[in-house]
Write a protein that binds this ligand. Structure first.
Ligand SMILES: Cc1cc2nc3c(=O)[nH]c(=O)nc-3n(C[C@H](O)[C@H](O)[C@H](O)COP(=O)(O)OP(=O)(O)OC[C@H]3O[C@@H](n4cnc5c(N)ncnc54)[C@H](O)[C@@H]3O)c2cc1C
Length: 186
């Protein structure tokens, strides 16, 4: 039988915005349930760049992305949020004046009086370059689309392909970790 969860506010997305919404709702004595397609809280921060230092958070001259997520989770804890991980919200319907029904890809029903959509960029996947044979080198064989642990590059020769903020942020950070680093930008 499908699992049904009842809550005051259903929050789609357990990234930093969704997590902080729990705190704000909690101050108004409303209980939240968060649903995220990823297997853990933190959105882009935990999934894409957990060990990257962030410099633009008020009150923190520098904080690692995962550390920020851990603090947001801790800050939400007193308000007892519920979490459903690894499931994607596929439908959202308004049933009457006060109630919404959300259903995930695995059939979990969430009934809520209000819905917060904190989905960021959506359920994300890396945008891969069109390079023949690339898949042969994925899954631990040399080509990565996210840097989860910079230590895996210690004393290695690394090529970073990309020209955005993130490519440059990582190039600066990893230049202290790798034996040799090349940044390639079109
Ligand atoms: C490499 C990189 C470096 C960055 N560095 C910085 C920085 O230094 N400083 C800074 O301020 N910002 C930085 N950003 C931007 C920052 O990560 C985002 O602004 C932030 O994550 C947005 O938070 P969010 O909670 O809105 O969304 P997200 O973090 O995107 O979280 C949204 C969550 O919603 C979930 N979701 C979406 N749709 C559904 C659905 N239908 N069902 C279930 N779950 C769903 C997703 O799985 C995701 O976990 C960086 C981004 C990247 C990619």
């Amino acid at each position: 039988m499908a699992n049904t969860i009842q809550t005051d506010i259903a929050i789609i997305g357990a990234g930093p915005v969704g997590l902080f919404a729990v705190f704000e709702a909690g101050l108004l004595k409303m209980r939240c349930h968060l649903i995220d397609y990823l297997p853990q809280a933190g959105g882009q921060l935990s999934e894409i760049y957990p060990k990257k230092p962030i410099y633009d958070i008020p009150g923190y001259p520098s904080v690692l992305a995962q550390e920020l997520v851990d603090n947001l989770v801790k800050q939400a804890e007193p308000f007892n949020p519920g979490y459903t991980f690894g499931e994607r919200i596929e439908t959202l319907e308004k049933r009457d004046e006060r109630d919404f029904q959300l259903v995930t890809n695995l059939g979990t029903n969430v009934e809520a009086k209000a819905v917060v959509i904190a989905g960021g960029l959506g359920c994300f996947e890396p945008r891969k370059p069109e390079v023949e044979g690339l898949t042969k080198f994925e899954n631990g064989k040399g080509v990565n689309y996210m840097i989860l642990d910079p230590e895996q590059y210690r004393d290695k020769k690394l090529v970073i392909a990309g020209g955005g903020d993130s490519a440059l942020d990582w190039a600066i950070f990893l230049s202290e970790v790798c034996s040799e680093l090349t940044l390639v930008h079109r």
